[in-house]
Write a protein that binds this ligand. Structure first.
Ligand code: 26Q
Length: 859
């Protein structure tokens, strides 16, 4: 049981109530007797915040004193969700607060519901960053996160009566003060954009003029679980350097004065809602908001603003230790969460060369021993590229440095260098190391270049991230192999295997089991006869549940908890949407960003197939069918027309199917609007099965697959991403796999392109479903034609190829569900074998094999 270090301000119930009442009267300046839930939540949050601040302060002082090597996790997204419950659980104060607020006449669950999600992320990548912060603090590792403090997080999703997704802003900070952050108005840096970069004879450059913007720090406290260690997430807010441009103001040009101040504030105003592509504006047929984001310049500004402020902060902290820059990599590791912070590489070069006057070669050594790059996708359309003219305009000095990286090599004198840069030659042609290793292989040189030829030329950020990093990793075994054999193949052949590796993603069991499924957590502690403070930080201990799969009583308890979690979800749907859910049905869940590669379309087509099959059955046959409820949730990028059309099909199919008296006891479908971390916390513990059905080779890892399985839901999926490792861990007999394998995908796509076979021939069952949709079964069929045509024409994501085996897998699910006891055993064995997928394991792999950092315990 966690004892040491548990000293905090509010450890017993009476000091909790005292502290809450005190905050009501002082911080909120309100009376305790007519307080609403919101006020009570705010006061309780401020009370927990007091504890967090003490721990946070002590931790930061301790790290400063000890000066260990630190790691910095640079991510444009941190999808934190709510903090209150998580903080209480990590501090071990949940019971005291529950009792305390009850004494004050409130209900804990109601108070928890008052908090708005911090939704500063799109999906998997942002949530992964949040899980890694939790694990870093829990493992007592000196890790800081760096991100942006967006005024608006991921948009709120509304669904119109026609089934159209509508986007609303998410002003998550509008409710007044955010108790979980500490404004650090004293910590600020100036960040420059535009201007001119003039090369000096000594190899340095003078970057002057342009626009200067202020970055101001806000620190978010990240408590570890059952430890005093409380790490920091530093988020930057942009501000005009002076209130407004005084020169313009004095000259009477008020408009210009205000405009430049507005453009500074705009940098951190909103999270970009695209995941996987920046380039779908041309497909943007929606008339709605977010049109102001179509320009790419603001996104690039966000990236530079954030990397520049973070690096200035990191360098300042390093300088305080008083060591020479040659030792920088012994004190600093910087992890790039995808290519979004790749500018950290030329920016660190700029600081070292122009400001610290370190020669090119030494500076490059420092950078390439400090920076690490995680890739999260191999989808070609998702690889980040920036037009050279835009880079030259916005970041002239960085563009010079990128050219210099291209050109820099043993064979080049400074003079050749400058000349080449003046001529703006881009592709390496002469005497480069690549040329030496592969003489005459011009195709290879072009493929590997940092600059892609074209109109305009573009900087390939993945190539820059790769050559500027110490290590490159993918996020699941299959994905890491694909990185090495596809997008970075040439670099593996050039630099060798050892730079490239894998760290399979993980999830924090604190939020994704203890917090979201407290009853299951309690049953596990009782059964293992160990306190949760032990197994939550040593998740392999779940293996101890295996023998209990054979225990009838245990299975009963296990199943009863799943049932209550279904009822909790049903209650949520009832109160938020006014819909009744059949809790005697199998719960089948697919929740994730809407994307063609994730194939929500396959799922809804499967649902419609099931509906048509049920309609054809006799009443007697129907009696044998197991009832099923299918849940969907997820957001589509505002400009992603096909993804929005998929939502529309799901919503309208649901409307027709749910209203059919012949089938509605056996099949219902729900699209739950406005998917969020908090909604996931209700959905995940309730699932019997969840779907992770991407075309093989397209989903880098997936992390919700891990969350469902940890909560005893079984997985239906393709042989893709982390599904593969989950199956290895829990046993293939406990998952439902279907579909073509990765090596087949390329050939099949080729066939679709050059020897297309009509859907009617390839897959009659699917053709029938498509015909029903076209025929208007779910409203005007014409509306769906663009979506259906993606399948009838190229079928890039191979829905026709996988449909039959998908339906087959769902039939296996029905079969397996008939044997209830055996099903519960599968569920127990699944949870018991999920230890590997703790983000503690993942973060320790980063700490040990990449960063070389060690725990620094705050005592
Ligand atoms: C890039 C350029 C311009 C605008 C936006 C973007 C952008 C933003 C977000 C590109 C990608 C993302 C997010 C990607 C993401 O969430 N990837 C997921 O990462 C998870 C964690 O590793 C994996 O589990 C998922 O498989 C992967 O899809």
């Amino acid at each position: 049981v966690w004892k040491e270090g548990s000293r905090s301000v509010n450890t017993d119930v009476s000091s909790v109530t005292k502290s809450i009442v005190n905050h009501v009267q002082t911080s909120l300046a309100r009376q305790a007797y007519n307080l609403d839930n919101l006020g009570a939540y705010q006061a309780a949050a401020l009370s927990v915040r007091d504890d967090l601040i003490l721990n946070w302060n002590e931790t930061q002082m301790h790290y400063t004193r000890k000066a260990p090597k630190r790691a910095y996790y640079l991510s444009l997204e941190f999808l934190m969700g709510r903090t209150f419950d998580n903080a209480l659980l990590n501090l071990g104060l949940k019971d005291q607060y529950r009792e305390g607020v009850t004494k004050l006449g409130f209900n804990m669950e109601d108070l928890l519901e008052q908090e708005r999600d911090a939704a500063l992320g799109n999906g998997g990548l942002g949530r992964l960053a949040a899980c890694y912060l939790d694990s870093s603090a829990s493992q007592e590792l000196p890790v800081w996160g760096y991100g942006l403090r967006y005024q608006y997080g991921i948009f709120q999703q509304l669904i119109s009566p026609e089934g159209q997704q509508l986007e609303q802003p998410d002003p998550w900070l509008a409710g007044g003060e955010n108790p979980w952050e500490l404004p650090r108005l004293d910590v600020s840096y100036e960040v420059r954009f535009y201007g001119t970069a003039e090369r000096l004879p000594d190899g340095r450059a003078l970057w002057q003029g342009g626009q200067e913007v202020l970055a101001v720090a806000y620190d978010v406290m990240v408590p570890g679980c059952y430890t005093k260690n409380t790490n920091n997430l530093r988020l930057w807010e942009s501000k005009p350097k002076r209130g407004f441009d005084l020169n313009s103001f004095n000259a009477g040009d008020y408009e210009h004065a205000v405009e430049s101040s507005n453009s500074a504030a705009a940098i951190t105003s909103v999270l970009y809602p695209n995941d996987h592509t920046n380039n779908n504006e041309s497909r943007d047929r929606s008339q709605l908001s977010y049109t102001h984001l179509v320009g790419k310049e603001l996104r690039l500004k966000q990236q530079y603003f954030w990397t520049a402020a973070s690096l200035a902060d990191i360098v300042r902290r390093f300088k305080n230790i008083g060591k020479p820059f040659s030792e920088f990599p012994d004190y600093v590791a910087i992890q790039l969460n995808d290519t979004h912070p790749t500018l950290a590489i030329p920016e660190l070069m700029r600081i070292l060369i122009d400001e610290e006057e370190i020669p090119w070669g030494k500076a490059w050594d420092i950078v390439t021993n400090t920076v690490f790059y995680t890739n999260h996708t191999v989808l070609p359309e998702a690889l980040e590229k920036w037009p050279v003219p835009l880079m030259e305009h916005l970041l002239p000095r960085h563009m010079q440095i990128i050219y210099d990286i291209v050109l820099h090599d043993e064979g080049f004198s400074c003079k050749v260098h400058r000349q080449a840069v003046l001529l703006k030659s881009t592709v390496l042609t002469k005497s480069s190391a690549v040329e030496k290793k592969f003489p005459g292989d011009r195709d290879r040189l072009a493929r590997m270049s940092l600059i892609e030829e074209g109109f305009p030329k573009q900087v390939r950020m993945a190539h820059l991230a790769c050559i500027g990093s110490r290590k490159v990793n993918g996020v699941a075994e299959l994905h890491s192999d694909l990185v090495k054999t596809t997008i970075l193949k040439d670099f593996v052949e050039f630099e060798g295997q050892s730079k490239f590796s894998n760290v399979t993603n993980g999830i924090t069991p604190r939020r994704w089991l203890d917090q979201c499924n407290p009853e299951l957590s309690a049953l596990i502690s009782k059964t293992l006869k160990v306190d949760k403070s032990v197994w939550l930080k040593d998740l392999d201990r779940l293996k101890g549940l295996l023998p209990y799969a054979e225990d009838v009583e245990f299975r009963k308890e296990w199943a009863a908890i799943k049932q209550r979690n279904k009822e909790r979800l049903a209650h949520h749907v009832e109160t938020t949407l006014g819909l009744t859910v059949n809790t005697n049905a199998m719960f089948d869940v697919q929740i994730k960003r809407l994307h063609e590669y994730k194939r929500q379309t396959l799922n809804i087509l499967g649902v419609i197939h099931r509906y048509l099959t049920l309609k054809q059955m006799s009443a007697a046959e129907r009696k044998k069918v197991n009832p099923r409820v299918v849940f969907f949730a997820g957001k589509a990028a505002p400009g992603y027309y096909i993804a929005k059309l998929t939502i529309r099909l799901i919503v309208n199919a649901a409307r027709i199917i749910n209203a059919d008296p012949d089938t509605r006891d056996l099949l219902t479908v729900y699209f739950l609007p406005d998917y969020s971390v908090s909604l996931a916390e209700v959905l995940i513990p309730s699932s019997d099965i969840s779907q992770h059905i991407s075309t093989a080779g397209t989903e880098a890892s997936g992390t919700s697959n891990m969350k469902f399985c940890l909560n005893g839901g079984l997985l239906v999926g393709t042989v893709d991403g982390a599904n593969i490792e989950i199956a290895e861990a829990v046993g293939e007999n406990n998952v439902f796999f279907f579909g073509h394998l990765t090596p087949a995908v390329e050939d099949l796509r080729y066939q679709h392109m050059y020897r297309p076979v009509p859907v009617e021939e390839k897959c009659p069952a699917l053709a029938k479903v498509l015909d029903k949709i076209s025929g208007g079964m779910f409203g005007d069929g014409g509306v769906y034609e663009p979506l259906l045509n993606t399948i009838r024409q190229n079928d890039y994501y191979l829905i026709t190829e996988d449909f039959d085996s998908y339906i087959g897998a769902l039939e296996m699910v029905d079969q397996a569900y008939l044997d209830k006891e055996e099903w519960i055993k599968k569920s127990i064995r699944t949870t018991a074998n999920m230890g590997k997928f703790s983000s503690d394991r993942a973060i320790l792999e980063y700490a040990e094999s990449f960063w070389s950092i060690e725990p620094v315990k705050v005592t």
